[in-house]
Write a protein that binds this ligand. Structure first.
Ligand code: ADP
Length: 163
């Protein structure tokens, strides 16, 4: 049986930290689906539309044949059922990520008993990165090109600066 994992997030925009998690999980599973979701707590504060976020991720995964990108506006547990995924991949940066992620893992397990949440520890190189910090630094004129995959850095910087 093919082992399918989904990697959900807002990806507004995708960062080098996200891409590292994608690369590492692509070695652990037969197939990874990166799924762009809408977080109701963040609605209204997105810099990129869902379609733009999907396109940006696509531009970064060209060398990874077992990774695809999709978007979904609903329950992750349902999306896992629909795609036949048996794992949800999450990256953990710090203790502060843990409480929320643990709660989500438990609720997803209740909603879909066939899916396991798998946590990958962020690398020391990327553990300080988040999409929101990158947007803030860029808006204030800081150079974010090291934090964004090089395939998309120019495009992302221009769009964030335009606002
Ligand atoms: P952000 O917190 O940057 O807005 P998302 O909501 O898009 O990110 O996050 C999607 C997933 O990627 C989550 O599991 C999150 O913990 C993980 N993640 C985000 N940034 C990093 C990073 N720098 N290293 C490892 N995992 C990360």
């Amino acid at each position: 049986m093919e082992r399918i994992a989904i990697y959900p997030g807002s990806f507004d925009p995708v960062t080098s930290g996200h891409l590292e998690i994608i690369r590492r999980s692509a070695r652990l599973f037969d197939k990874i689906i990166v799924v762009v979701m809408t977080n109701y707590r963040k609605t209204g504060s997105y810099a990129f539309s869902v379609d733009e976020r999907v396109e940006l991720i696509r531009k970064c995964i060209g060398d990874l044949p077992n990774v695809s990108v999709d978007s979904y506006m609903g329950l992750l547990a349902d999306y896992a059922k629909k795609t036949g995924a048996t794992a949800i991949v999450k990256g953990l940066r710090a203790v502060s990520d843990f409480e929320d992620e643990f709660q989500q893992a438990l609720i997803n397990k209740k909603l879909n008993g066939d899916v396991e949440t798998v946590f990958l520890a962020a690398s020391s190189e990327h553990m300080f990165l988040s999409s929101s910090v990158i947007k803030q630094v860029c808006q204030l004129g800081g150079d974010i090109s090291l934090f964004i995959p090089k395939e998309i850095s120019q495009e992302v910087i221009e769009k964030i600066k335009k606002g």
